[in-house]
Design a protein. Sequence first.
Length: 498
Amino acid sequence: MTISKLSTALGAGSDIPTAGRFAQISSGGTRTTYTDGGITYEVRTFTSSGSLVVANSGVVDVLVVGGGGGGFTAAGSGGGGGFLYSPRSFLQAGTFTVSVGAGGATGTTRSVGGSSFIGANRNTASFAVSGGSNNWNSTLGATSGNGYTVTSGAGGAGAGGDSASGVGGVGLVSTITNTSVTYGTGGSVTIPVTKGANTGDGGDASGATATAGGSGVVIVRTIIGGSAAGVAASGGTETTYVADGTNGVNGKTYKVHSFTSSGSLTVNAAGFADILAVGGGAAGAGAMGGGGGAGGHNYATGVYLPAATHTVTVGAGSAGAATSGFIPGNPSAVGTIFIALGGGGAGYFKPAIGGGSGGGAGVGFSGGPFAGGSAFFSSMGNDGGGAIVSHGGGGGGAGSAGVTAVGSVAGNGGAGLSNSITGSAVTRAGGGGGGSRGGTVGAGGSGGGTAGTNNDTDATDATANTGSGGGASGYSSTAAGRGGNGGSGIVIIRYSID
């Protein structure tokens, strides 16, 4: 069961909330909303057992009330159901079983109310309360939670019953639904009254007449609007979209900050956000060289953004030339919180170097074969392809490694990776294709990488703001073309605003 206090969850290394500091619930119970003090709450009320589906982890308030004990004919009234209120509790994303305890039946035998809990079973659930009891025993005092003789009121959630008056113990009040409701009142031995459903009240008993206990209830509340709901920020190009389930929680509205050049993000209300950063791509090498490596593609959910002004750096792609290589792209970053490495420089008559994705190698007229550069972190990219005489390797992409040249065919750039953080699926960070001397050039990787060229033709520059690698140039008997420039990177920040 992955529910706990927020402080405990964070201390244990649990996943922190995503796209807003409060949990996002996609289904379960009866959904209502209300606004109080500029904050909009979403309430999920379970009047019967069911499932709670948490789309994104975060903080919630939880109320659990057990079923009240049934009145015991000619014996004693029922105790109020157990009452548990747990504010600021942490829920992981997932589906949770919710059990709502039934009220104890009336009759001539003891009838205990059912337990209410969130979890697979009562014994392991993080949130669980027992139902109210009915225990006829004239020697016991009127302690909270139990029913007693015909002269004693049963215990309530808030206090014991009154043995002198026969009035049940008081329950406890909650305003979690924005309405003040008393739960878990103990049954009385005065005039029996039918108990309302989902109150957890104990059943009454008087002589030959008794009433059943009220059923329990489970209520989960989260925040979906207002300054407390998550990040409030400004900076970059600001857009919003409503998710359809493929690009976020269905029906949720997201705010997006896109940075295609360096700037600043001002966070007025701290919280958790999703971030995509792509480093600048590397240029392709000249003269039968390798394709440029794509910038690192770093995507994470649940990144905590403190209230401050954060410098956002968008890494530039490196510039290509006819007689050089090994020039890496530049990193992209959000302050010191989040970074994506620049692409690895392409090989020029030598092995390539590493980076976000590794550059493709280049051999030249003789020697080799040479290896492509390595991706420094596998979570950001892939290795570049190797080279043979006259044919360069492809630069690595975020989605796949660059291809090694073989025969008379230069290596293709590695594929980019798709992400829908802006609301639309966009592929970025493809590797550049290898150059060739008289053979087949390497194709650019999807997402903005460009192809290598043959003979002395200049390669095309990679697409801006994709972090893709530039294609390598070829070589003729007299001259080399210029390698294509690497594409600049991008930084995108997203969080839910409803």
